[in-house]
Design a protein around this ligand. Sequence first.
Ligand SMILES: [Zn+2]
Length: 325
Amino acid sequence: MSTAVVVQAGAALLGACVGSFLNVVAYRLPHEDPARRSLGGRSRCPRCRQQIAWYDNLPVLGWLLRGGRARCCGGRIGIRYPIVEAATAALYWSVVAFPPRAHLAGQDFAAPLHATGTAWAAVLVLWVFIALLVAAALIDLDTYLLLDVLTKPGMAIGLAAGLWPGVAGRLAGDPSVPPNLDSLLASVLGLLVGGGVVWLVRVAGSRVFRKEAMGFGDVKYLAMIGAFLGWQEALLTLFLACICGAALGAVGLCFGGSARIPFGPYLAVGALAAMFVREPTLEFLFVTWPEWQRGSSSAPWLLSAAAVLSLLALFVVIRKGRRAG
Ligand SMILES: [Zn+2]
């Protein structure tokens, strides 16, 4: 086996285990009671409180082998658990298999041991970022809250990671600026732009609709995303999250349900897209789309449809009436 295969398999395995831990975090962290909020100790069955054996706790496999039921009491275990584990595995693997180019400056992880220490530090930072992103989004999905206990340390870690050039990108790109300072500034600007733009939407939303459009938790969440990825990715994240929200909101309305999905998971999806498919997305937005718009007579209609969809998205986001987190 080549080293590339070993490294990629290792990354996926690590991701699966982290995903399993994130399920625990999402289950325990929102509890008010400190004893139940604690992340230490063995996992217990949520139904009968019996301790779960390690072999039943294996990521994905444990769930598949037991057919989605607990060994202790036969209670159903939601399909969300293996999905989170598999998705985290896929994301961790993607970081080394398709290193986000803007951040890792073309490091070749096909020969992973030849990648520089800085590149590995960047991989580690992105793995931590993914864990924080997913955990906070899962809890938002359950409780409509983006917890400070995740977003605040997340902002701090994102800024600290800015001291390593290569994650948040570089701001000046000028060789006379020390690279560490340059990337720290990129991280600080990312935090300010990310938090600031959601804060503006929040203020505008409450003025125009007299309802809270987004919670302060969203402000801190996108600030954290900006601290890790930089200001351009923060804006792209918000844009993609709104498109996702519009699309799913429209689908939800068509099926008569009120898709009361909090905004955090959309921001998480937007951040992952901004991280992994930044170049194709920007190319589409700023090259393909404008060119097509100039040459096509149906463009104005499609633009109007997109505008209506965005309004629907706002409607859905505002209707859910999130509590300030
Ligand atoms: Zn049980």
